[in-house]
Write a protein that binds this ligand. Structure first.
Ligand code: NAP
Length: 254
């Protein structure tokens, strides 16, 4: 059994969806969790209540991870108040669904800041807490199939996810020898608040069982959280700078 007791995890965008499921999974394995959100305070508080029900400590921190200063303040706060940080799940993302040709420069900037640079700022700010001589700290970034496949209206986010995967590999070179693993979890389609807004969402949801090899089982946020847990645990100590795909096999064939 994976035991994360005495560990502290920060999950960005933990108020909803995959972030929420990951925060709860890490807490169920024994970790105390910093629940980050940007707008959904009530939802974040509910996640914290569930974590406390599991017998763990929860800390709720509002920060826009698209802003370097917010990230630095959040990590400073963790250092001062919690005094420890062992796991970061860089999950929060933004971008909107639009054609690349209709995207404004600001859309690209906001998306890159939130989906890519946040990982760099989190690791840079968190390194004094993450770095260690014994054991490993774990950083997990959440990506999607848009990093390597072309999906309608997904160019802005997809491009950011491709950058994210490369940045994660390069970060590994810089922090791997300091006791930190950086890996990417690439998830298939999960029904969440953001994917319900994708144009033709119903068609995409309906097509899921055809491509995956899981019978009628569809990928859920909890399935993704299981692999977050693995990547956060000592079982994955020798996985470094990798992108692990969790999609039931949907993307290995046409
Ligand atoms: N759902 C999928 O099919 C799928 C597939 C592959 C990868 N992913 C990736 O999985 C991650 C989570 O997606 P999801 O579908 O679970 O999303 P979601 O349900 O829409 O939740 C998004 C979360 O991110 C937070 N967030 C957004 N912008 C933020 C910011 N600037 N600063 C801090 N928090 C911010 C939101 O906080 P508030 O509630 O406070 O707004 C919310 O907690 C993303 O990286 C996404 O690209 C999703």
């Amino acid at each position: 059994m994976i035991d994360l007791s005495k560990k502290v995890a920060l999950v960005t965008g933990a108020s909803r969806g995959i972030g929420r499921a990951s925060a709860l999974r890490l807490a169920a394995a024994g970790a105390d969790v910093v629940v980050n959100y940007v707008t959904s305070q009530a939802a974040a508080m509910e996640v914290a209540t569930e974590i406390e029900r599991l017998g763990r400590r929860a800390y709720v921190v509002k920060a826009d991870v698209g802003e370097q200063e917010d990230i630095e303040s959040m990590v400073d706060w963790i250092g001062t108040t919690v005094g420890q940080l062992d796991i970061i799940v860089s999950n929060a993302a933004t971008g909107g669904f639009r054609p690349l040709l209709a995207a404004k420069v600001q859309h690209f900037h906001t998306t890159i800041n939130t989906n890519v640079l946040a990982l760099v700022h989190l690791v840079r700010a968190g390194l004094p807490l993450l770095a260690r001589e014994e054991g490993r700290a774990k950083v997990i970034a959440i990506s999607s199939h848009g990093s390597h496949m072309a999906l309608p209206m997904y160019g802005v986010i997809g491009g950011s996810k491709a950058a994210l995967e490369s940045i994660a590999r390069h970060l590994t070179l810089e922090v791997g020898h300091r006791g930190v693993n950086v890996n990417v979890l690439k998830a298939g389609l999960v029904e969440t608040d953001s994917t319900r807004n994708i144009p033709f969402a119903d068609q995409m949801f309906a097509g899921r069982t055809e491509k995956a090899m899981m019978g009628n089982r569809v990928l859920t946020a909890d399935d993704v959280a299981d692999v977050v847990l693995f990547l956060a645990s000592p079982l994955s100590d020798l996985i470094q700078g990798e992108t692990v795909t969790v999609d039931g096999g949907a993307a290995i064939h046409v």
